[in-house]
Ligand binder design. Structure first.
Ligand code: AMP
Length: 485
């Protein structure tokens, strides 16, 4: 995709928060909607651990509770009781440092000229800065730096009379990645961007003696917890309205080539989820098998880096015939903050999270499987850890291609300048991570692993070929297509 320098605007002075990883959920028509939203968010906790929120509606009022922290800590019984009504939406959010403030927690709720509305968003609106500048010039006052708030202002500014029509109007002005859930007083409206970057699944929950409830979530693991049946995905460019008149599905935007995020299958989603209609475990297993076929290693055992390498390592072990050994143990209770020892301990951070099992590693040649290398610093610490625990050789295999370009569609990747694979050869990375050998999965094999026979996935982080034009200087600088300063 060529660089679009037309209409480029300077980097805006507010904190232009671009890289958000999130999970969203919505419930329509259940007496305990906020509890089901809470359970859905609980299942989606891996998609964001920084803040969480739920909005509910009882038909006349919208109630919202959001806070920093984990879902289970924020939503006590009393908090859920204060979120009444049969409709609810929820959000769980992770963002990079510098923007870890409660005012950016979602859902955002407002009372505007179209009525009461609340919104939660997964993805990244790539023209948010441009839209915000023009809205501010027309008098809009923003409360947060998140790109999501722009949508509410566009709805308020729309000349359309109904909420659904105003939303359609707003969505058509957005570029980039968005899976959105909206709550109005008496309906839920959900939508996906026309390229379908981020997932959004639809499900149904039978209620004995009553009408079924409808549920939406970023991943189907949320449906499993609340006993909902997965009906399929909200389609790219589709808007679904669930209200007193029933379910209405409409294509709100013209057809565009699809760009589903392949990194959902590589790392982000849970293996027990169906994402883009495909079980994530199946993709990861195949990534591991193809990795073993493409780049066998002279090893005695296969060891996953938990949890990110677990599923691909199973595939690698099955294909290579080597034994699968859980020789790295992960502490699942590591929080965001911890008290550091006063004397520096080498590789302290990674030791908090992972510890080797010496008896499995001593004297062994190990093939270590992980999903990705971003900066390379984690891999280096883990390779050292495995070697220090007695491994004779450490061969590192990565179940995706080298990450060479940042994501603008909702995955948190650093600037190109900080991506080790963008600036070093594979041999240089091998030396940096101190492995005996290093290999990545090929792009063709990754396409095969996600069954992408029709070119429906986005691989921009591996190719630098972005499916949308980069519209701001900040984006061009992050992608290394323009220098800073
Ligand atoms: P590093 O190479 O040290 O930057 O870290 C790579 C590790 O971070 C890999 O083990 C991945 O599992 C994990 N990882 C990769 N991408 C992300 C992401 N977007 N958010 C959180 N963790 C990630």
């Amino acid at each position: 995709m060529s660089d679009n320098l037309l209409g480029v605007v300077p980097v805006v002075d507010h904190d232009d928060k671009l890289h958000e990883e999130c999970g969203v959920a919505a419930i329509y028509g259940h007496p305990e909607a906020s509890k089901l939203a809470y359970l859905s968010l609980y299942a989606l906790q891996h998609r964001g651990q920084e803040s969480a929120g739920i909005s509910s509606s009882d038909g006349t009022q919208i109630y919202t509770k959001k806070a920093m922290g984990h879902v289970a800590d924020i939503f006590t019984n009393d908090v859920i009781k204060a979120l009444p009504g049969p409709l609810a939406i929820g959000h769980t959010r992770y963002s990079t440092s510098g923007d870890t403030v409660e005012r950016n927690a979602q859902p955002f709720s407002v009372h505007c000229n179209k009525g009461r509305i609340s919104v939660a968003h997964n993805g990244n609106i790539t023209n948010a800065s441009e839209l915000r500048k023009s809205l501010e010039a027309r008098g809009s006052i923003f409360q947060a730096s998140s790109d999501t708030e722009v949508i509410l202002h566009l709805v308020a500014h729309s000349r359309e009379k109904t909420m659904a029509a105003a939303l359609r109007d707003a969505l058509l002005q957005l570029e980039g990645a968005f899976s959105l859930v909206f709550l109005a007083e008496d309906c839920i409206i959900v939508a996906r961007d026309p390229r379908g970057f981020r997932p959004l699944a639809m499900g149904k929950l039978e209620i004995s003696g009553g009408k079924p409830a409808y549920v939406f979530a970023s991943e189907t693991c949320a449906f499993d917890l609340i006993n909902a049946v997965y009906l399929g995905d909200v389609q790219p460019g589709e808007m679904v309205i669930v209200g007193p008149e029933g379910v209405t599905r409409e294509r709100y935007a013209p057809e565009k080539p699809h760009s589903q995020c392949v990194f959902e299958h590589v790392y982000f989603a849970r293996p027990d989820s169906f994402v883009f209609g495909r079980q994530v475990q199946d993709s990861r297993d195949l990534m591991g098998r193809l990795l073993a076929r493409e780049t066998p290693a002279p090893a005695d055992i296969v060891v996953p880096v938990p949890d990110s390498g677990n599923s691909a390592a199973l595939g690698y072990a099955a294909e290579s015939g080597l034994p699968y050994r859980l020789a790295l143990i992960r502490n699942h209770y590591v929080g965001r903050t911890f008290i550091e020892p006063s004397q520096a301990i080498r590789d302290f951070g990674v030791k908090l999270k992972l510890n080797p099992v010496r008896s499995l590693l001593e004297g062994q040649s190990v093939v270590l499987i992980d999903d990705s290398i971003v900066r390379g610093t984690t891999s280096r610490k883990i390779v050292r850890m495995v070697r220090n625990a007695g491994a004779r050789e450490v061969h590192l295999r990565i179940s995706c291609p080298p990450t060479v370009s940042p994501c603008f569609y909702g995955v948190d990747t650093p600037n190109k300048s900080e991506l080790i694979a963008a600036n070093s050869s594979i041999e240089e990375i091998r030396r940096f991570v101190e492995a005996d050998s290093l290999a990545f999965l090929s792009l063709g094999a990754l396409q095969h692993a996600v069954a992408d026979t029709h070119g429906k996935y986005c691989y921009a982080c591996y190719t630098g070929d972005y499916p949308t034009d980069l519209v701001s200087i900040e984006q061009l600088i992050r992608a290394g297509k323009k220098s800073g300063g």
